[in-house]
Design a protein around this ligand. Structure first.
Ligand code: UT7
Length: 322
């Protein structure tokens, strides 16, 4: 039987961290450092400079993941980028990344759009390709420049998000790596988190900024993150007591704490990066994953539970032995 293991991780954050007070002053927001920290846990975020696109952030994160995996761009036969802030309408950010990486062996490359669940979606898809035997080594990336779709006069959303990218290399293995994965959607909730605009006839129609009903999203997120965690644990015949690290989507520290509590996991077993990164949507899980690998918290052989929830609504989880 073919299994899929994570052979390397990488991540990249653009520029210097920007603190709450600096952001509030820059955009003249009616907000405070105290409110943002108390309600979200966020202290800083990174914002990509003008001209830097998702594929640029993805490139740096991917180079680091490839180096960690000990392989070259041409060892890849599949490249998937999860993003809701692609460089262009088309071609895909994955195709642009493939070119920037110097992969010229005809690897498949495409984007996945599942907002903040995008990385879990992309990882689940790549795992199925590898397990089927059709592909051997995949690069799975979450890359976002959410700063480009924020309404900087809307204090309820603009303080929450940041830019960044994270990547993993997945490859075929004899021993189990990814033990179970699941992904879901319920489009009836499309209105509580969306960017309801489009390009039409050369102009933007509708609303090109992120809009969110924060409280509705909060409640939905806490419920489905607990449900999908149990779904993958049950599928693998495991319990939460066997999970070494929970690596959830990083939106709000209160959602993370509440999810860990519901799963009876100690806060120390939850990787939390939202304080420094803000919400980087599809990039948040691989950014948190890579940070905890590089600082030595996550070790080979440990069991990791990755899970995300986002616009659509979409949600999913992956349970793996690292
Ligand atoms: O990645 C996708 C997933 N996204 C999420 O998971 C986000 C989920 N939602 C949340 O994290 C929280 O709902 C928020 C952080 C967005 C908001 O926190 P909240 O505790 O739900 O606050 P609220 O929306 O109920 O607003 C409370 C008050 C309001 O003022 P009034 O009406 O009580 O006078 C808001 O206008 O806080 C006000 N407020 C702010 N005040 C200062 C909203 N944003 C700000 C702000 N600074 N930045």
């Amino acid at each position: 039987m073919i299994h899929t293991r994570v052979s390397g991780t990488g991540s990249y954050l653009p520029g210097e961290p920007i603190g709450n007070t600096e952001l509030i002053e820059r955009y003249k927001l009616d907000s405070s450092d105290d409110w943002i920290i108390e309600r979200t846990g966020i202290r800083t975020r990174h914002l990509a400079p003008a001209g830097v696109a998702s594929s640029d952030l993805a490139l740096e994160a991917s180079r680091r993941a490839l180096q960690a995996a000990g392989c070259e761009a041409n060892d890849l036969d599949l490249i998937i980028v999860a993003t809701s802030t692609p460089d262009y309408i088309f071609p895909s950010t994955a195709a642009l990344l493939q070119h920037k990486l110097g992969n010229d062996n005809g690897a498949a490359a495409f984007d996945v759009q599942a907002v903040c669940s995008g990385f879990v979606y992309a990882m689940t898809i790549a795992e199925k390709f590898i397990r089927s035997g059709s592909h051997k080594r995949a690069l799975v990336v979450g890359a976002e420049v959410f700063s480009r779709i924020l309404d900087w006069s809307d204090r309820g959303t603009c303080v929450l998000f940041g830019d960044g990218a994270g990547a993993v290399v997945l490859e075929a293995a004899n021993e189990p790596g990814i033990l179970a994965s699941a992904f879901h959607a319920d489009g009836s909730h499309h209105g509580i988190l969306s960017v309801p605009g489009q390009v039409c006839g050369g102009t933007v129609t509708g609303d090109p900024f992120l809009r969110m009903d924060g409280q509705a999203v909060f409640k939905f997120a806490v419920r489905v993150l607990a449900e999908v965690a149990h779904e993958v644990l049950d599928a693998a015949g495991m319990t939460t007591s066997q999970v070494d690290w929970l690596i959830p989507h990083q939106a709000n520290v209160r959602i993370l704490q509440s999810t860990a509590r519901k799963l009876h996991l100690a806060p120390e077993n939850c990787v939390v990066t939202v304080a420094e990164h803000g919400n980087t949507s599809a990039a948040s899980i691989p950014l948190a994953f890579d940070e905890a690998v590089r600082d030595g918290r996550i070790k080979r052989g440990q069991h990791l539970l990755l899970e995300g929830v986002g616009g659509g609504f979409t949600w999913g989880a992956a349970l793996l032995k690292f």
